[in-house]
Design a protein around this ligand. Structure first.
Ligand SMILES: Nc1ncnc2c1ncn2[C@@H]1O[C@H](COP(=O)(O)OP(=O)(O)OP(=O)(O)O)[C@@H](O)[C@H]1O
Ligand SMILES: [Mg+2]
Length: 371
């Protein structure tokens, strides 16, 4: 299985920079997602790996092979990179049956009849499409077509599979099913998957590592839970997690014992960094508190008013007002709250993030308390 290395990859379209000096190593057998808002350069990055787009600068290695180098004038064509590619708008051949759609490429690769049939049977079972083998694409639902498209891409057992939003035109329920299917598929095949999505939940739940991009610039490249718990900056923190993280502007008021005193209006907080953090009084910071890190509790020292309550059954999402500060809070369990009622709250755990306001960068994670 190949490892993919991108070194200083830049792609310019005229004057605009789609991908900006990207360094990225995708380990052998990994499931990496390229995540970020629309236009951040995900598709462009994937197409450069595939050989469908020529970088302006940089080098790309697949396994031990240099497949692109602007400096050395190397550019291995897409069909010689042994890559499977699944586009957002996969097109099945309308005049071919499912069976033929899947096997067509293998015939071109001169596989023997016996090998092709064996592989076809395997794929039909794996993708749960046995009963549709003799149908034409127009006789299938969108989700069934999608599975055929995946089977077709997997047919030749590509060691590297690139997918660009392959689930985007499925309904919510099927999307969830297919996510689980893809994760299983990744485990079974052991292939390297590179997967583009702008859906943070999809990225978080599927991948071994998330590559988060913004305006062509790498923001963070870490395991999903690392991105969630230790976001490199405010953008990253805000992009993952639903409901999203609470980002509260605060001023550093001074040191308070082993903690850092923070203030916003009448709200005072002491933040305890896990390691000493160098922040002096007067500095502007942003405190990042995930909605599940605020607890309603009789022992809570702060008093907030319920602005709205959205009970989903398994959990309830509350919008609280703490003076001028708005806070989203998730309470687990089937509970509803009364709008306008006052509740005592406290912060829990060691996962509260302190960011520098100006640069947006993470200064420290730690615990915090209202005082
Ligand atoms: N062929 C092209 N010519 C000019 N600009 C392009 C071209 N392809 C992409 N771009 C620009 O490059 C930037 C990155 O585009 P890209 O398609 O990689 O974004 P993306 O992250 O895949 O977005 P989306 O989530 O909307 O698919 C965008 O600003 C886009 O307008
Ligand atoms: Mg795209």
């Amino acid at each position: 299985m190949p490892k993919i290395v991108l070194k200083g990859i830049t792609k310019r379209f005229g004057k605009s920079v789609a991908v900006d000096n990207l360094d990225l190593t995708i380990e052998d057998g990994a499931f990496v997602t390229l995540l970020g808002p629309s236009g951040c350069g995900k598709t462009t990055t994937l197409r450069m790996i595939a050989g469908l787009e020529t970088p302006t600068e940089g080098e790309i290695y697949i396994g031990d092979n240099l497949v692109f180098s602007s400096e050395k004038g190397v550019d291995v064509s897409a069909d010689k990179r042994n890559i499977g590619f699944l586009f957002q708008n996969y097109a099945l051949w309308p005049h071919m049956t499912v069976r033929k759609n899947i096997t067509f490429g293998l015939e071109n690769l001169k596989w023997s009849k016996a090998e092709i049939n064996r592989r076809l049977d395997e794929l039909l079972v794996q993708m749960h499409i046995e009963e549709y083998a003799d149908r034409y694409p127009s006789e299938l639902s969108g989700g069934q077509q999608q599975r055929v498209a995946i089977a077709r891409t997997l047919a030749s057992k590509p060691a590297l599979l690139l997918m660009d939003e392959p689930l985007s035109n499925l309904d919510a329920k099927l999307r969830l099913d297919m996510r689980a299917e893809l994760k299983k598929l990744h485990a079974e095949t052991g292939s390297t998957f590179v997967y583009v999505t702008h859906d943070q939940q999809e990225a978080m739940s599927l991948s071994t590592k998330v590559c988060l991009l913004r305006n062509g610039l790498l923001q963070q490249y870490s395991a999903p839970l690392e991105i969630y718990g230790r976001p490199a900056n405010v953008f990253t923190a805000d992009f993952v997690g639903s409901p999203s993280i609470n980002l509260v502007d605060m001023d550093v008021s001074g040191m308070s014992g082993d903690g850092i005193g923070l203030k916003n209006g009448s709200c005072s907080i002491v933040f305890h960094p896990e390691k000493t953090a160098d922040v002096s009084a007067g500095r502007k910071v942003v405190l990042g508190i995930r909605p599940e890190m605020i607890r309603i509790s009789d022992s809570g020292r702060a008093h907030a008013v319920i602005d709205s309550s959205l009970p989903y059954g398994m959990e309830t999402v509350l919008c609280l007002k703490l003076g001028d500060i708005q806070l989203l809070v998730v309470v687990f369990g089937s509970i509803d709250f009364q709008k306008g009622s006052s509740e005592s709250i406290e912060m829990t755990g060691n996962g509260i993030c302190l960011f520098d306001k100006e640069s947006g960068k993470l200064l420290s994670v730690g615990s915090a308390e209202f005082v």
